[in-house]
Design a protein around this ligand. Structure first.
Ligand code: HEM
Length: 203
């Protein structure tokens, strides 16, 4: 009886994981379709960098929002997919960075380094990437065991400053229409405040 139940629920989890995986790939598939059908507009390189940057940030916010929902018993199922969504955020960040390095700068690392030092929004994007790197590298169960759950959890709080830097990176590079970064900033403030209040009330 117990066996049937656990097989059923692990089957359900597998379906949810597969469905999430496909959903997370949709932004990339959409970009490839646009590329194949000449839909990237007059400045295709800028379009690609910006689209991947948008999705990188959306995925980070989504992971944080999932963390918020996980406080409610109803949403415990999200444990099944949170790590995958987190890894997808890093996947889109890596594509965003690669498209800048390859398509925009043609691997000219001297210019890239100058950009990181001189252009403030690139400096912040780079810092955000540096903060997210250890999170992606320690996402496995073995890393949790090796570091110990407490240390691992503290390390993974780096996602908050990384998300703040990414939102500022977005704000600094646009010249008009601040609506989208403003929405992300408001959601992020809410998530950070709810995290702080949870710590304050329950610790
Ligand atoms: C070394 C790291 C990074 C570099 C070099 C970089 C570079 C860039 C560049 C060149 C642009 C386009 C600027 C333009 O078209 O004028 C951009 C936009 C953007 N980046 Fe980054 N970025 C980095 C890290 C990040 C990270 C970590 C995130 C998010 C997690 C991110 C999110 C965004 C967003 C949301 C945009 C604006 C997209 C839009 O206009 O719709 N970037 N970035």
């Amino acid at each position: 009886m117990i066996k049937t139940f656990s097989t059923k629920s692990s089957g359900k989890r597998e379906i949810i994981r597969t469905f999430t995986f496909i959903l997370c790939l949709l932004p990339l598939i959409n970009l490839i379709i646009l590329l194949l059908f000449d839909g990237l507009g007059v400045n295709p390189i800028e379009f690609v960098i910006r689209d991947l940057g948008d999705w990188a940030l959306r995925f980070i916010i989504l992971v944080l929002f999932m963390g918020f929902l996980l406080n409610m018993p109803k949403f415990k199922i999200l444990f099944t997919i949170r790590r995958m969504v987190g890894l997808f955020s890093f996947f889109y960040i890596s594509l965003h960075l690669s498209s800048y390095v390859i398509l925009d700068q043609f691997f000219n690392f001297v210019v890239i380094w100058e950009d990181i030092l001189k252009r403030r929004y690139i400096t912040l994007g780079f810092l955000s990437f540096v903060l997210l790197l250890p999170l992606a590298l320690t996402s496995s169960d073995q890393s949790i065991k090796r570091l110990g759950y407490k240390t691992w959890k503290v390390l993974h709080r780096l996602i908050y400053p990384a998300a703040i830097l990414a939102v500022i990176h977005y704000f600094m590079m646009i010249k008009a229409n601040y609506t989208e970064p403003l929405i992300y900033a408001i959601i992020l403030c809410f998530l950070i405040l709810s995290r702080i209040s949870k710590k304050f009330f329950y610790s």
